[in-house]
Design a protein around this ligand. Structure first.
Ligand SMILES: [Zn+2]
Length: 296
């Protein structure tokens, strides 16, 4: 079965929902570790001959243009993680629209390729901010990968479908590729990204993938460059956030190496039957997705 390997391209201080998170105006003054960590990921992917989807922050892309082009030229899909890593419920519809529109244009200008996919900061879409999907489609994205079908600090989308589905927005259909969840006795369990991946033993991850594939769902791995960096500076977070953000950082690399060796990955746009073109006017729309479900 085809799966997707995704990376949210941001730096060590892009952690949400904490008073310790530095304000945007301070970002330029902080040490940048994203290039070193991203190069490590690019080397791993190259060795494994895997093409991935990189959800870049526009702000990071603007400051690392040649690395962004390198990433795109290596055959990886360049998608958007917004410009300033904003949460829709914190900034409201108007500023959110400006932010994700700016990110799309920035990444397209630098790479010369159309940006089809979007993932919001912190999987931060909830039932109360479902207007976010209308804006994502309105500014020109064709798919979204922001839904975490469960309970989280800044969202709650538990009732959402766990597989790829279609969301009907005000301006047309938007493909949704949610985080992969394994269902066990009615419970949804998560092993395949971020702190869940770092906390879960490899055997549990292997078991989860088997169950996921038996149910007919692709594996969607998500990771941040900082999760390969045990030596990153630590933000003064609350004890529980410190645990979530920094636990088992040394385990990320061997787990990713195993995943890249054992599973077949394609960029998310290919998983969703979309074609990314250098010519921004050409696009094949996947109106006949398998297991198509209309959510709204
Ligand atoms: Zn993020």
């Amino acid at each position: 079965m085809l799966n997707a390997f995704s990376i949210d391209v941001e730096d060590w201080y892009h952690i949400l929902n904490s008073p310790a998170t530095p304000e945007v105006m301070l970002w330029d003054s902080l040490e940048s570790r994203v290039e070193t960590n991203l190069r490590l990921l690019l080397e791993m992917l190259d060795t494994a001959n895997v093409r991935a989807t990189f959800f870049w922050l526009g702000w990071i892309g603007d400051r690392n243009k040649s690395l962004l082009r390198e990433c795109s030229d290596a055959g990886h899909e360049i998608a958007s993680h917004g410009y300033h890593h904003v949460l829709p419920d914190k900034v409201g519809a108007e500023l959110f629209k400006d932010d994700i529109d700016r990110a799309k244009k920035t990444l397209e200008d630098i790479t010369g390729k159309q940006v089809l996919g979007f993932r919001v900061a912190g999987f931060g879409i909830s039932k109360s901010t479902s207007w976010t999907f209308d804006i994502i489609k309105e500014v020109g994205y064709e798919y979204d990968s922001s839904v975490f079908p469960g309970f989280r600090a800044h969202n709650s989308m538990f009732a959402t479908s766990v597989g790829t589905h279609m969301i009907q927005t005000e301006t047309g259909p938007l493909i949704e590729v949610p985080v992969a969840a394994t269902k066990v006795l009615g419970l949804r369990l998560y092993f395949f990204g971020g702190g869940y991946l770092r906390l879960s033993p490899l055997r549990l991850i292997q078991w989860g993938i088997k169950r996921l594939h038996q149910a007919g769902y692709p594996l969607i791995v998500y990771i941040h460059p900082r999760e390969l960096d045990p030596d990153q500076p630590r933000l003064p977070l609350s004890p529980i956030r410190r645990f979530r953000c920094y636990v088992n950082l040394k385990s990320t690399l061997p787990k990713l190496q195993w995943l890249l060796k054992e599973c077949d990955f394609v960029p998310i746009c290919e998983l969703a039957n979309l074609t990314q073109q250098g010519d921004q006017k050409q696009l094949s729309l996947p109106f006949m997705l398998p297991r198509l479900k209309i959510l709204r």
